[in-house]
Ligand binder design. Structure first.
Ligand SMILES: Nc1ncnc2c1ncn2[C@@H]1O[C@H](COP(=O)(O)OP(=O)(O)OP(=O)(O)O)[C@@H](O)[C@H]1O
Ligand SMILES: [Mg+2]
Length: 308
């Protein structure tokens, strides 16, 4: 649904984005993570056709983002900018009605569309509020409702949870998941990492204009983790299990904590079931046998070579 081929925008002085290759299938949530100034907003603006690339190409649902296709691209994308304008003397209703007109939604359909969009973002009760009186969290909901008015297939949300308190962030996550469940393809940017791990099907890590990693959270994590971290939980004396683990080729740094055995593993993943068979075959009662994944924060620091 979203695809880029060596997409590049050079602002000079090493700023911009370079050779970006993204591929986001329909119905997925793609989390775009990077520190301030990495190029997230630039990418988003390129995808929406608000900035022209220096080289490379971008496609939305197979349609190239070029001026000749502006109308088609606009119809397919719902864009929530990181900062959106202030509309002082307008109620939420008037604000959404104004954008319905801008999207050329026929007048008889507008009310239905507005109500459907507000319902999806849980903002129906704000209908008569003045836009200026909305809190940041409320404004994000109304902004999101605005992006849904023309029923676009792709939602591109720049820092949708920026400035929100923890409760409002959880609500925003739920809303985003709900939108995926009704079939939208969603790209969202953030520099708040753990917030994305739970809901994203795909993540990309960008720094200084370059995509350093792209894939599922598990894939990206695995790629940067040199050793697999394995945990075995047994229901009795961990000693025999510890010995089997220590003897297993590729296992090292074995450590025991109560009835849990932790070790680092450098061998092939495909050989791990052999260890489990060995344990159970030798009478060890195994409660859990798992690969522990580094969390997104550790992955991010590792990929961008930053120190915590
Ligand atoms: N119109 C422009 N002209 C010149 N430089 C620009 C322009 N837009 C962005 N840049 C530069 O490109 C780089 C990437 O900026 P961008 O806004 O895409 O970062 P970002 O990842 O969205 O950061 P943030 O997390 O702060 O929103 C920055 O160095 C920025 O100064
Ligand atoms: Mg930005």
């Amino acid at each position: 649904m979203i695809r880029t081929e060596n997409l590049t925008r050079d602002f000079g002085g090493g700023r911009g984005i370079i050779g970006l290759n993204l591929h986001v299938p329909k119905g997925t949530i793609y989390g775009y993570i990077g520190p301030n100034g990495a190029g997230k907003t630039t990418t988003i603006r390129l995808l929406c056709g608000l900035v022209r690339p220096t080289s490379g190409r971008a496609f939305i649902n197979g349609v190239e983002v070029i001026p000749a296709n502006t109308a088609t691209i606009k119809r397919m994308i719902g864009y929530l900018p990181d900062i959106f304008g202030v509309y002082d003397q307008m109620s939420v209703w008037e604000y959404l009605d104004f954008f319905s007109a801008a999207y050329r939604i026929p007048p008889p359909e507008r009310e239905t569309r507005i109500r459907a969009a507000l319902q999806l973002t849980d903002a129906t009760h704000m209908l008569d509020y003045q836009v200026i009186s909305l809190s940041r969290g409320m404004r994000q909901r109304v902004g999101l409702a605005k992006t849904l008015l023309h029923d676009p297939e792709v939602l591109i949300l720049d820092e949708p949870a920026g400035g929100l308190d923890p409760h409002a962030r959880i609500e925003m996550r739920r809303t985003i998941e709900r939108l995926r469940d009704v079939g939208k393809t969603i790209m969202l940017s953030s520099h708040i990492l753990p917030e994305l791990a739970g809901i994203c099907d795909l993540i990309g890590i960008i720094e200084k204009g370059r995509l350093l990693a792209f894939g599922t959270v598990a894939e990206v994590t695995r790629k940067v983790q040199e050793n697999l971290k394995i945990t075995v939980v047994v229901d009795s004396d961990p000693k025999p299990a510890r010995e089997w683990c220590e003897q297993f080729p590729g296992a090292g740094s074995v450590d025991v904590n109560a009835n849990e055995i932790h070790f680092l593993y450098t061998g092939p993943r495909g050989a791990l079931p052999d260890l489990l068979l060995k344990l159970t075959g030798n009478g060890v009662r195994v409660m859990e046998f798992r690969e522990d994944q580094a969390n997104l924060e550790q992955v991010f620091l590792s990929v961008t070579h930053q120190k915590a």
